[in-house]
Design a protein around this ligand. Sequence first.
Ligand SMILES: [Mg+2]
Length: 261
Amino acid sequence: MTTQRRFRGILFDLDGVLYVDVQPVPGAAEVVRKIRDRGIACRFLTNTSTMALESLHRKLLELGLPVERNEIISAPQAALRYLRQESRGRCCLLLSEDVKRDFAVVDQADLDHADTIVLGDLGDELDYALLNRIFNRLMQGACLIAIHRNRFWQTEQGLRMDIGGFVAALEYCSGREAVVMGKPSPDFFRVALRDMGVQAGDAALVGDDIEADVGGAQGVGIYGILVRTGKFRQSVVEASPVRPDAIIDSVRDLPALLGVA
Ligand SMILES: [Mg+2]
């Protein structure tokens, strides 16, 4: 199957598409090279929010994937790009220390003087006192950028509430909507499109998550391609209201689909 569409930019989801756990998907590196050789822009999207760019880049290189540092858009990197694309004044970074290192270029202020508050994974530091300070700053007109809005995650000690609930609480109490990074947020995909200088109608996304990847991308007008690797499950696809524009067995079949084989 080959689509008649010609794309100027491709967004690759990382885990489940180019690698699964620590194993590269066969042919993935070659596919990226082939697409780039055709002059098509590539960006690599991940919801990972706890790794600094350097660590993420090193991981991809170790897997043999030909990815440039500036092509990786993790949720924190998207926030950083968003801050550059929009002028958002002085920022308070409520992020883990490792991730914060990537934000050195950002004009910073403490919470009580910030125009923008960037909220990420803080663990136990995110308590009522801090939430209330964020709330008060939002009431004074500051803007909230959430690195993601996940509900919970699994730890060895059991489930833990993630920041999504706190973001929802801050939105509810302040009556102000947060800008949310990470898939499936439209803001995240728009940041990636702007970074490539490509319109949604000229872009395709390849992902293994029908909702977060394909559904999210289609929501902003991007062509959504689902791969049958990673977390792909036929039963999930059948139960989902999302209809991918194309389904391929593996990223290896992408050049044929795009007509660049
Ligand atoms: Mg994935």
